[in-house]
Design a protein around this ligand. Structure first.
Ligand SMILES: Nc1ncnc2c1ncn2[C@@H]1O[C@H](COP(=O)(O)OP(=O)(O)OP(=O)(O)O)[C@@H](O)[C@H]1O
Ligand SMILES: [Mg+2]
Ligand SMILES: [Zn+2]
Length: 511
């Protein structure tokens, strides 16, 4: 009496098919599992046994062997409980076997037979669709996540008994999947959009606001430098509110990363807000970049298509800042493991905030800076040259005078109108790069830049002078041209002119 079922494991952000084979044979009663290197899966044996009994079925008093194949796919987590339990019930004749073949079964069981949500359902559903399978049988709370993919029958269950009933009732199983199967209905989609704080709250600060807008318009990295209380954190938190909405494909990628980390709200569907991640400066490299024996995405991937905000940037360890270089350059992170390498997407906008010196007041004309030149030099060194090069725009954020803070007429332009300009500038980039597989100026490669960042003669001459005077590195040179391209896009100009370039150079950090 053999039953074979499909389930899946997630490696990185990709799903790997896993087959569960259950053999119930005569012999001394025992329950063995093979193909499971992970301790957490072994515990599933106890959960499966209890769940079957507590759901009112007989746990077969026979020799039970469960094999999870292929053996070289690392299997961690508890989502194999449900297919294993259903396999045992199928092999012992309780569950109709024929219907199982085309479905992917997933779910963690608790001892009483109820089913808990599981991680990584979105990539698993996408793989099921690619492999031409009929659908998924999974925990109720994961149903809307699976439904994002479309074209699949989704059977959502909340207990082992539900699952058995669904498998034994072909009509309910196939004909009208979500609503009429075991579960009465999908959980409703929660209202997704949280309103981010608005730029209208920021008084004065015209230059930093302009830098924010340019950075958002081209997907560039931004560093805010200023004394304590100047409003750096306040402004950085308002960047997501001026970014354009995610496209469907981007939303899928963002949701997939959150799905494998288990960060999707229960019952939620596609994430439609651009991520804003602000890790604390004590974060480890593994938590920032991703890692672990079963590789998990880090903050840089959770910030994919959104913003990674490093507040008090120089408080982060030098090593942590250095490992940011790979994702900043490539838009992805590779986490190498003995058997395979997991690749996580990590295309984010980096926003950093820092004080100009250890005491914080060297740029503040109304306060005295007490730092020695040596302290100052050591402080600046913490931001290495290569990382500094990647910060496309650096802007001084001065303390706003009290009278401006109290002046209601000094309220800033609201985020929605800034966002409208950003959306227009991004639309120009999308059209221009449609054939090249990129979406923003920040992603321009040198060869695309040659084709698309045409400068007029005045701009070229200015750039050559700047390279000499400002000792721009090759990377700095490229990045200035990209920012100038974005400034031209904000002005709806097809060519980069000298005033666009001048403005880009003004935001280039010197020293
Ligand atoms: N331009 C501004 N308009 C309105 N409020 C402001 C402005 N600048 C600062 N504030 C007020 O001051 C508070 C402190 O600002 P914020 O925490 O952003 O400063 P910061 O530059 O990050 O300082 P620190 O270096 O100490 O982290 C804000 O919460 C806000 O209430
Ligand atoms: Mg701050
Ligand atoms: Zn100082």
């Amino acid at each position: 009496m053999l039953a074979s079922l499909r389930t899946a494991a997630v490696f990185g952000v990709e799903a790997c098919p896993v087959h569960v084979e259950v053999d119930v044979g005569f012999g001394f009663p025992c329950f063995t599992m093979v193909g499971l290197p992970d301790a957490s899966v072994r515990e599933s044996r106890d959960r499966v046994r209890s769940a079957i009994r507590n759901s009112g079925y007989e746990f077969p008093p026979h020799r039970i062997t469960v094999n999870l194949a292929p053996a070289d796919v690392r299997k961690a987590g508890a989502s194999f409980d449900l297919p294993i339990a259903l396999g045992i019930l199928a092999a012992s004749g309780v569950v109709e076997r024929r219907l199982i073949a085309d479905f992917v079964l997933l779910g963690e069981l608790s001892l009483d037979g109820s089913i808990h949500p599981t991680r990584g359902v979105l990539p698993i559903a996408a793989a099921a669709r690619r492999d031409g399978l009929s659908g998924l049988l999974l925990p109720f709370a994961n149903a809307s996540e699976a439904a994002i993919v479309g074209g699949l029958d989704i059977v959502a269950v909340s207990s082992l008994t539900d699952a058995v009933r669904a498998l034994n009732d072909p009509a309910g199983f196939r004909a009208a999947p979500p609503a009429s199967s075991a579960s009465p209905a999908y959980p409703p989609l929660p209202p997704r959009r949280e309103t981010p704080p608005d730029l209208a709250d920021v008084r004065g600060q015209l230059l930093p606001r302009r830098a924010l807008e340019i950075a958002a318009a081209g997907g560039h990295n931004l560093l805010l430098v200023g004394p304590p209380g100047a409003g750096k954190t306040m402004m950085a938190r308002r960047v997501s509110g001026i970014l354009p909405p995610l496209s469907f494909d981007e939303a899928l990628e963002v949701t997939t990363v959150h799905s494998v980390v288990g960060l999707l709200p229960a019952g939620g569907g596609l994430l439609t807000d651009r991520p804003f991640r602000a890790p604390h400066h004590t974060i480890s490299t593994a938590a920032l970049i991703g890692g672990g024996s079963q590789p998990r995405p880090g903050e840089v991937s959770l910030a994919h298509h959104g913003v990674l905000f490093l507040d008090e940037m120089l408080e982060f360890s030098r090593h942590v800042l250095e490992v940011l270089r790979q994702p900043l350059e490539e838009g992805r992170v590779a986490v190498a493991r003995a058997a395979r390498t997991a690749v996580f997407p990590a295309r984010f906008m980096l926003v950093g905030a820092m004080n100009p010196c250890p005491c914080g007041f060297s740029t503040d004309p109304s306060r005295e800076c007490r730092c020695t030149p040596r302290e100052l030099a050591r402080y600046r060194e913490r931001l290495s040259g290569p990382l500094r090069d990647r910060l496309d725009l650096t802007v001084d954020v001065p303390a706003v005078p009290i009278d401006v803070l109290g002046d209601d007429d000094a309220r800033g332009e609201p985020s929605c109108s800034v966002r409208a300009r950003v959306v227009d500038a991004r639309a120009r980039q999308l059209t221009r790069y449609a054939e090249h597989g990129i979406t923003t100026n920040a992603q321009l490669t040198p060869s695309l830049m040659a084709a698309h960042c045409g400068m007029d003669r005045g701009a070229l001459r200015m750039l050559q002078a700047a390279v000499r005077k400002m000792a721009l590195s090759a990377r700095g040179y490229d990045r200035v041209r990209k920012v100038a391209r974005t400034i031209a896009d904000l002005a709806a100009d097809d060519r980069v002119a000298s005033d666009h370039l001048a403005e880009a150079l003004q935001f280039r950090m010197v020293g």
